[in-house]
Ligand binder design. Structure first.
Ligand code: PA5
Length: 399
């Protein structure tokens, strides 16, 4: 269960009312362009779920111990967020999921290639367009290594892309690789509940049925998502353009990055939008905390608070450790409010696949509604396309 708590963020009711007059409700409809993510039945089919489970079984039968997922932006952040949030800190799942194609680091890719010598590997390359530079280079190098190592490399390489065009699709068809389709009407950053995210997380041990069950319940948080989007809008209008996406549990760090991408890439357009910054407390209370208490008035915080966790008694404090963690959440919110930094609390009763599914869907709603309040298109990313174009042009000039 998810609960939006605004006790440390004083809403301006007049502005909330004003926002509610905008036409976001009409646009928030699965038949609206790029809005299939609203309907979980359109994001993934039962047949795709069965194929994902069959792949997992095949990998287990072949004693595979590693899945290398190649992708960038929306094609990897969601899967990484879900895996890190739900897997234990140290005992990883039977099949380890590692990521590549998220940068152009030659040292990182060399390390992945070296690791492949010791592991029993499958690869899942994910690119909706099929043309993005970073994953295409990583795939070229990792595929070469797969061909060198495995006579049966074709069955070990799985491609997730669109079904119409792009160099990745063409190559996959020529090689006869297993194909999964990215739904046409869902953008990269809204795709973690499609095969894009579900395949890697299922292989990495997550219960995807439970994750999707939670996501299906997410629509019940529509009004909360509107309130949150309105509060964010108000903060921006009041010249607080930075949002610290804050968590007190280290395993939510990747989730913070995913939220950063979802909100930042969706709403940062036409010289508008809030800059979302992932922020881990209590560690950063000993660094950024100073700025939030006494620095320039530019930021507000959204804290993802987990109500219940492991019981761990601290004898000297005569309290449970998680109770102390949550006591700190409240005291920090009070302190920062004195320093003119408001805090919005998103409370989950516990962190598991179901509540994470709810939270993901809640953030999808918030991103889209927030985009409509700002009167921008929530589903394009012309700024990202621009850098891709310039790099392609520069590389062609060099050839
Ligand atoms: O949200 C988005 O659309 C982007 O972040 C894309 O996911 C990212 O640029 C990767 O694109 P592609 O999947 O086409 O390789």
């Amino acid at each position: 269960m998810l609960h939006l708590n605004t006790k440390y963020c004083v809403p301006d009711q007049t502005k909330l009312l004003e926002n509610s007059k905008k036409d976001w409700r009409e646009k928030l409809n699965p038949s609206f362009p790029m809005s299939d993510w609203l309907d979980i039945d359109r994001t993934v089919t039962q047949e795709e779920i069965n194929r994902i489970k069959a792949l997992k079984e095949e990998m287990e039968t072949n004693h595979a111990d590693t899945l290398i997922v190649i992708g960038i932006g929306g094609s990897y952040l969601g899967a990484k967020a879900i895996l890190d949030a739900l897997n234990p800190y140290f005992q990883k799942s039977a099949i380890e999921v590692i990521f590549a194609g998220t940068s152009l680091s030659s040292e990182y890719l060399t390390s992945v290639q070296n690791l492949m010598n010791e592991r029993n590997v499958y690869v899942n390359v994910i690119s909706k367009s099929g043309n993005t530079l970073e994953p295409s280079i990583a795939f070229e190098l990792i595929e070469a290594k797969m061909k060198e190592r495995y006579p049966d490399y074709q069955k070990r390489i799985v491609v997730t892309t669109n079904r119409e065009k792009g160099s990745l699709l063409k190559h996959a068809q020529e090689e006869g690789y297993r194909l999964f389709e990215v739904p046409r009407n869902i953008g990269g950053r809204f795709s973690c509940l499609t095969v894009v995210g579900l395949l890697p997380v299922a292989i990495g041990g997550v219960d995807i049925d439970l994750l999707l069950k939670g996501a299906r319940n997410g629509i019940h948080y529509l009004e909360d998502a509107f309130t949150y989007a309105s509060l964010r809008y108000q903060q921006e209008q009041a010249h607080f353009p930075v949002e610290l996406i804050t968590f007190y549990e280290e395993k939510l760090e990747s989730f913070g990055k995913w939220v950063g991408q979802l909100l930042g890439e969706t709403q940062g357009k036409n010289k508008k939008g809030i800059l979302p910054v992932p922020n881990f407390f209590t560690a950063n209370l000993h660094s950024l905390g100073q700025y939030l208490q006494e620095g320039a008035d530019i930021a507000f915080e959204t804290v993802i608070k987990i109500e219940n966790s492991e019981n761990l008694w601290v004898p000297s404090k005569e309290k449970d450790l998680h109770e102390i963690n949550n006591l700190v959440v409240d005291q920090v919110a009070k302190a920062h409010q004195e320093g003119n930094t408001q805090t919005i609390l998103i409370e989950l009763d516990r962190l598991d696949a179901y509540t994470l599914g709810e939270l993901i869907y809640f953030y999808f709603l918030t991103a889209a509604i927030g985009g409509y309040l700002l009167e921008i298109n929530p589903f394009d990313q012309p700024g990202v396309e621009r850098y891709k174009e310039l790099v392609q042009q520069a590389l062609q000039k060099e050839e």
